[in-house]
Design a protein around this ligand. Structure first.
Ligand code: SF4
Ligand code: SF4
Length: 225
């Protein structure tokens, strides 16, 4: 599915268009393995007016990543295999849709000194038959991905710290990881009950609290500053 014959940088171009009325409309919102990042959870739970705990319980499942050994949060598909947020009109959480939905048909790769993209090609997606041409940079801006990339990079630093430490987390540590990265509303209670030293303005802001949680995990679990 990933076309790795073309490595795209920000100024490279590709042809694609997606709009209501295209014959494959909504085909991509079906039978997905859709991994949610911490910032995705914040955006969607706030869109739905749920706490992170309620959202995670109702809409997601968690498994331990085969390679990373860390919790991975996946959006649960409905019994008919459709995404829980797809409707005849399109995505019902469109303004807060997850980063992978925004990026599609691109997938982002990032190493220490390089950022690049590959195209995902799927037979059912007719967007590639359209004439509209984008640079990768234009696509990211159009889809509102930049903020997501920024937050995902902060999270990826934690994953790197785990790999670099070579440590295997025990059950309690895995639960802490899940709590601080994904269940921000319960993490807020945890921070308060443990009297951790957190400024009030950070405590009130989901995004800042997740960033704090990531820094705290790096230090607590992986001895990193
Ligand atoms: S979240 Fe929205 S865009 Fe993403 S798969 Fe579900 S319906 Fe489609
Ligand atoms: S063009 Fe591709 S991304 Fe757009 S609705 Fe069709 S399958 Fe989904």
């Amino acid at each position: 599915m990933i076309d790795n014959s073309r490595k795209l940088t920000l100024d490279d171009t590709f042809r694609f268009a997606c709009y209501k009325g295209i014959k494959c409309f909504n085909r991509c919102c079906y039978d997905l393995t859709l991994v949610l990042m911490p910032y995705d959870v914040i955006r969607i739970k706030n869109n739905l007016g749920l706490t992170s705990t309620e959202f995670l319980k109702k809409y997601t499942k968690c498994q331990i990543g085969y390679n990373s050994g860390l919790p991975v949060v996946l959006l649960k598909m409905r019994d008919d295999l459709k995404c829980p947020f797809v409707s005849d009109e399109g995505c019902t959480i469109y303004k807060d849709r997850p980063s992978s939905c925004r990026l599609y048909p691109l997938v982002r790769m990032r190493s220490k000194d390089e950022e690049y993209y590959f195209i995902i090609r799927e037979e059912h997606c007719k967007g590639f038959e359209e004439a509209k041409e984008w640079t990768v940079r234009e696509w990211l801006k159009d889809q509102g991905v930049e903020k997501y990339n920024e937050m995902n990079d902060v999270f990826m630093e934690l994953i790197s710290a785990k790999y670099e430490s070579g440590k295997t987390l025990n059950q309690d540590e895995l639960q802490l990881f899940y709590l601080a990265c994904y269940d921000v509303d319960r993490f807020r209670e945890f921070v308060t009950s443990r009297s951790l030293d957190v400024e009030e303005k950070i405590l009130k802001d989901d995004e800042e609290l997740v960033k704090f949680g990531i820094r705290w995990l790096k230090q607590t679990l992986f001895d990193r500053k």
